[in-house]
Design a protein around this ligand. Structure first.
Ligand SMILES: Cc1cc2nc3c(=O)[nH]c(=O)nc-3n(C[C@H](O)[C@H](O)[C@H](O)COP(=O)(O)OP(=O)(O)OC[C@H]3O[C@@H](n4cnc5c(N)ncnc54)[C@H](O)[C@@H]3O)c2cc1C
Length: 431
């Protein structure tokens, strides 16, 4: 490939892919972004309804998440306090708060010993990686505390019985510890948000990148040799000096690579599933729940919160549990909406049925996301973890899953993009 079409092709127009493309352009390099979906943003998704920004994907930020905040400032997006979710922490543990805090500190002690760049080098890495979070909870906590701690983690990790304890510890360390996430020693990890919604970040990057982005262009194959890469989507084929695959690892593994990925990369991506829930927004003419002192609606099957503010319409948004999401997705849409509103009405009463508008997304069913967050199953970090961030020839990786810091968050996605851009810019300079 002596005269490549562009310097770098980026696969995926989520926050990681778009940040990478924007940084390359700013450095004077040519780029093309291939995006499978009809929109940019990936797991950031939202839109305006009247005065209200309805957000169905990633949304909050917090202390230390400096890269996403710096990007927001560059794009002219203000950060404001998150007043919607402040009760969704250990306070929900009620009288058990002290015992829950004990378990949190024990987990944080383990987490603090996991090196973020190389979790497989943690003391007792194999022991931690051979058990799930559920095993640890059941041997270290009373059943009621295990269930509360599992519930607190369920917002950002999968079921405790699915995820490796080593991965849990890495995730917690990467995000400031469970104490930091819950805000036990200061503002919580979700104590801030983006004025107008987090999707503004990717919408604005998309506008800046304009015709460099090819929408409705799912990449099916990437070939490489010592000179460059060739990226294919249907009839469209383009060459470049380097490619960045900015997809969740499990989706990255669905692309055909020629030559094939080394076994360790393939084994790793087989062990990095992604899980997703239904996210809903219920809109109302009045925030009637506030008069009765409700800011959160929590049942065994859902967690919704008041979106706050005086914007019209008022809104309740939130998450349906993984199990109920799966069940609900198999019934007709109108029955699903009725079932969710019924469930909310068990807490907020009959006025819940005066819902003026209803929005939903099931992330697991989104063909180009297939879920909200990825994780590692037992044994993955210790056996194959070194393949996560290592480039394969001219193919590099980016995305929320790749970053040592703030893994799984928008901030981690931006960090991974910036690190990868720096690495490729150095290679371009020296070649
Ligand atoms: C419901 C929910 C709540 C969340 N809450 C928060 C939060 O409060 N704070 C926070 O920081 N993070 C949160 N997150 C996580 C955050 O949204 C993600 O970590 C981040 O947006 C991931 O960005 P990314 O660029 O790495 O990946 P993605 O956003 O997944 O981008 C990947 C892109 O690749 C595209 N694609 C897939 N396959 C192909 C292909 N073959 N060819 C071309 N394109 C392809 C996809 O369409 C997508 O646009 C949340 C996520 C969800 C879903």
């Amino acid at each position: 490939m002596p005269n490549p079409d562009v310097d770098v092709i980026i696969v995926g127009a989520g926050i990681a892919g778009l940040t990478a493309a924007w940084r390359f352009l700013s450095e004077g390099h040519s780029v093309a972004v291939f995006e499978a979906n009809e929109r940019v943003g990936g797991r950031l998704y939202g839109y305006q309804v009247g005065e209200r920004a309805v957000q169905l994907g990633g949304r909050w930020t917090g202390p230390g998440q400096d890269r996403i905040k710096s990007l927001a400032a560059e794009l002219g997006i203000n950060i404001c306090a998150n007043t919607t979710f402040s009760d969704a922490s250990i306070g929900r543990a009620g009288e058990d708060a002290e015992r829950v805090a004990e378990a949190v500190h024990k987990l944080d002690e383990i987490a603090g010993q996991v090196p973020l760049e190389a979790p497989w080098l943690a003391p007792n890495a194999h022991e931690l990686d051979s058990q799930t979070l559920a095993t640890w909870l059941s041997t270290n906590c009373d059943p009621d505390i295990a269930s509360t701690v599992g519930g607190l983690l369920a917002g950002f990790l999968p079921k405790a019985s699915d995820v490796s304890l080593l991965h849990t510890a890495f995730y917690l360390h990467s995000n400031g510890g469970l104490s930091g996430i819950l805000g036990l020693n200061g503002p919580a990890h979700d104590s801030e948000m983006f004025d107008g919604g987090a999707h503004q970040l990717t919408d604005r990057l998309g506008e800046k990148l304009g015709s460099h982005i090819h929408l409705n262009t799912p990449v099916t194959q990437i070939s490489q040799d010592q000179h460059g890469v060739r990226v294919t989507s249907g009839d469209l084929e383009m060459s470049a000096r380097f490619a960045i695959v900015a997809l969740p690892p499990t989706l990255a593994s669905r692309v055909i690579y020629d030559p094939p990925m080394p076994p360790e990369r393939d084994y790793l991506t087989q062990r990095m599933p992604i899980r997703g829930k239904i996210v809903v927004a219920l809109l109302y003419d009045e925030p009637f729940w506030r008069n009765a002192g409700h800011r959160l609606v929590e049942t065994d099957r859902l967690l919704l919160w008041d979106e706050g503010g005086d914007q019209n319409p008022a809104a309740l948004s939130g998450l349906i549990s993984i199990d109920w999401s799966r069940e609900l997705w198999n019934i007709p849409a109108e029955d699903r909406r009725a079932a969710i509103i019924d469930e909310v009405s068990t807490v907020l009463g009959p006025k819940t049925r005066q819902c003026s508008d209803y929005h939903e997304i099931y992330w697991a069913a989104e063909p180009w996301s297939r879920g909200c967050n990825s994780y590692m199953t037992t044994g993955a970090w210790t056996a194959w973890g070194q393949a996560l961030r290592r480039p394969v020839g001219r193919i590099h990786w980016a995305g929320a899953e790749i970053s040592p810091q703030f893994v799984g968050q928008m901030d981690g996605a931006v960090r991974s993009a910036e690190t990868t851009v720096d690495a490729i810019c150095s290679l371009i300079k020296t070649s």
